[in-house]
Design a protein around this ligand. Structure first.
Ligand code: ADP
Ligand code: ZN
Length: 218
């Protein structure tokens, strides 16, 4: 049976980095609403244009918009065959309700909701030092996980860049939004008995070991 996971955690908790490692090792389909939205922006779609305003202000994109994107992904053959890893969704109680309904409609279940725990100071340092590759999904950090050559991807040689919402001002706003709108989900999933807490404050390799142990994966 394919496994279905949700990753929640503050922006910069390392959801994307852990998702990359999970996918490389266990092949669930990565469904990142942040990535899906950035793809819409890049494509210049109406949805992308609308979303960019919210994202650059550090605010959440409306619930129904992201729920629609996720539902489309759940209907793909890949997800049915390999399971999913939802990264950055749900982020509000409303989104969790919409997801519940979408899963029930499709006869899908949730194996675990992983909460990546990292304190506020470390989060802010990570976000403002984060760099992404233009050519592949690699994620770097100029403080904690530097590329071998400055500004260049170790894996593909692509150019590194900083996300437009990774400034200190927007990072602070995103943290506040997490506390207000997303943290209530922790209690909600704990009550359902599916919450798994994982310490995400170490280096990437150690965090992944913690994660595998928590999910009882070999
Ligand atoms: P991070 O988790 O580091 O904030 P993401 O790439 O997951 O980064 O998200 C970037 C932005 O995209 C968010 O600040 C928000 O504006 C928007 N976004 C992503 N996922 C959602 C979601 N589930 N609901 C609403 N907005 C979202
Ligand atoms: Zn690269």
């Amino acid at each position: 049976m394919p496994k279905n996971y949700i990753f929640i955690g503050a922006p910069g908790a390392g959801k994307g980095t852990m998702a990359e490692l999970m996918i490389a090792n266990y092949k669930p389909v990565h469904v990142s609403t942040g990535d899906l939205l950035r793809a819409e922006i890049k494509a210049g779609s109406t949805l992308g244009l609308e979303a960019k305003g919210f994202m650059d202000a550090g605010k959440l994109v409306p619930d129904e918009v992201v729920a629609g994107m996720v539902a489309k992904k759940l209907d793909t053959h890949e997800v049915k065959a390999q399971g999913f890893l939802l990264d950055g969704y749900p982020r509000t109680v409303r989104q969790a309700e919409l997801l519940d309904a979408a899963l029930a409609e499709r006869g899908m279940n949730l194996d675990a909701v992983v909460l990546l725990e990292v304190g506020r100071e470390l989060i802010l340092q990570r976000l403002t030092a984060r760099r992404l590759c233009k050519g592949c999904p690699a994620i770097y950090n100029v403080m904690f996980n530097r590329p071998k050559a400055e500004g260049k991807c170790d894996t593909c040689g692509g150019e590194l860049y900083q996300r437009s919402d990774d400034t200190m001002e927007t990072a602070l706003k995103r943290w506040a939004v997490f506390e207000e709108q997303t943290s209530p989900l922790i209690e909600l999933y704990a009550k359902k008995g599916v919450l798994v807490r994982v310490d995400g404050a170490c280096a990437k390799e150690q965090n992944f070991l913690n994660l595998k142990k928590a999910l009882k994966l070999a």
